[in-house]
Design a protein. Structure first.
Length: 459
């Protein structure tokens, strides 16, 4: 029975678990790997910090799993690593008699969709035990209260750890300002790595990822702009930390600091915004992160009603290689999106892709509905810690200054805006009737453009 890496990624509770699993999906960590003769069960022992290895097992029919480690995450990193080894065939899982500790787990569990048939032959006593239906457990109010108290205690401990991490972050930022931003720019990779590790320890994994990517954003700027860029980046971190302290239960802030809600939790949220509309694929960005994951971002433009943009974000291990995209820039289709709660909804899940638009001409892009100044400032005022936000630009064109640097100039003559990357070929000097770009507060990164003779995409 086969399992692919996509299923492993979807099973992970957060990116930190997936990253930890990547570190364990190595031959030297495992012993006693095996599989049932019908290939539905896999198991193994993973070396841990103690004298005895952790026993890890999984049922590939419904991805039920168990590990003897004390982790509070389900599934833990050891289970994810076991499944990863199997999905990528990093090690072989020879067919063998199922160990007693796996058989015992099978007797106790109640997998989704009914109890699977035993994977190995059993004696008469075991068969009888397996066929006995356990009586329904009576409702235990005291047990429920203890469980709720334990959950509340864990939530409180997590929040305290995050706040401690934010204290360390603000102290670190103060140290960078005291020591001088020139030194910070010169040593930005090593300094960000150290505080990023501290944030991971403080359960602020999403913020740690943002800090890990800060050097790449800073070093992508022209050398003369890096001091200003460092000031902006550090200011964003301070704003995010203080906003979280003010409203630590805000889902958008927790997403930016700790981790995003699971797909199941978002689907169960009755207040989550659902939008069925016609969409166009603007562009796809694939970036390898410092933590060993690859982020795949797909930008969509709403051609009808609802939030103007949707961002589909996925992560997968760099070791898995480049993935084929499910989208083609310029294609238009009808789909239902489920947006994560936010002040200005942007990140979304694709719930159902109904159909491509008909054989007729493609739908036109909507015109820019607000003044350019408002379009540039409003999203950053609502979410000032965001690194970039998409914006629909009015008609304009790309020009160049004396140094050859590209600038976007609106047709109405309002102030020019610098463009983050090179502008070559048809893009240089072409009339752009509509453009969509990512605005960082100082530069535009063009995603897609409409011209009198067709569509262009950048990159």
């Amino acid at each position: 029975m086969a399992i692919d890496l996509k299923a492993v990624e979807q099973l992970a509770t957060d990116q930190a678990s997936l990253k930890a699993a990547a570190g364990l999906a190595k031959p030297g960590k495992w012993s006693g790997l095996g599989a049932s003769r019908d290939a539905t069960l896999i198991w193994g022992e993973c070396a841990g910090s103690g004298a005895n290895p952790y026993r890890v097992m999984a049922d590939l029919r419904d991805l039920g799993n168990k590990c003897t480690c004390p982790s509070r995450k389900f599934p833990c990193k050891h289970v994810l690593a076991l499944l990863w080894l199997n999905a990528e065939a990093i090690l072989s899982f020879p067919a063998a008699e199922t160990p007693e500790w796996v058989v015992e787990w099978l007797r106790r569990r109640r997998p989704a969709g009914g109890t699977p048939k035993p994977a190995v032959p059993m004696g008469d006593k075991d068969v009888h035990a397996a066929r006995v239906t356990a009586p329904e457990r009576l409702h235990d109010a005291k047990a429920d209260a203890r469980r709720e108290a334990a959950n509340a205690r864990r939530a409180e401990e997590t929040e305290r750890a995050i706040l401690d991490g934010l204290d360390a972050l603000e102290q670190w930022i103060g140290d960078q300002l005291r020591l001088g931003l020139a030194g910070f720019v010169d040593d930005v990779v090593a300094r960000c790595r150290r505080i990023g590790a501290r944030l991971v320890d403080g359960k602020a994994a999403a913020l740690a990822g943002h800090v890990d990517e800060l050097p790449a954003r800073l070093l992508a700027l022209p050398a003369g702009d890096r001091m200003r860029g460092a000031t902006v980046e550090l200011a964003r971190l301070v704003l995010l930390a203080r906003a979280f302290r003010a409203t630590p239960r805000d889902p958008e802030l927790r997403r930016a600091i700790a981790s995003a809600e699971s797909r199941e939790r978002l689907l169960a949220d009755p207040a989550a915004l659902r939008v069925n509309a016609s969409w166009e694929v603007l562009a796809e960005q694939v970036r390898t992160r410092r933590d060993g994951l690859v982020s795949q971002t797909t930008w969509l433009l709403n051609l009808t009603e609802g939030p103007r943009f949707a961002m589909l974000l996925d992560f997968f291990p760099a070791s898995a290689g480049r993935r084929a995209s499910a989208f083609t820039p310029g294609e238009q289709f009808v789909a239902e999106m489920l947006f994560y709660p936010a002040r200005a909804p942007l990140r979304a899940l694709l719930l159902e892709r109904e159909a491509a638009l008909g054989d007729g001409p493609p739908l036109d892009w909507p015109p820019a509905s607000t003044a350019l100044e408002d379009a540039l400032t409003a999203p950053l005022l609502a979410e000032p810690w965001a690194a970039e936000r998409p914006v629909l630009l009015p008609p304009g064109r790309i020009g160049f200054d004396r140094t050859g640097a590209p600038w976007w100039q609106p047709r109405d003559g309002t102030p020019l805006l610098p463009v983050a990357s090179d502008a070559e070929g048809l893009l240089a000097g072409t009339e752009l009737t509509r453009s969509v770009a990512l605005w960082s507060g100082s530069r535009l990164e063009l995603l897609a453009m409409q011209t009198p003779w067709g569509r262009l995409h950048h990159g």
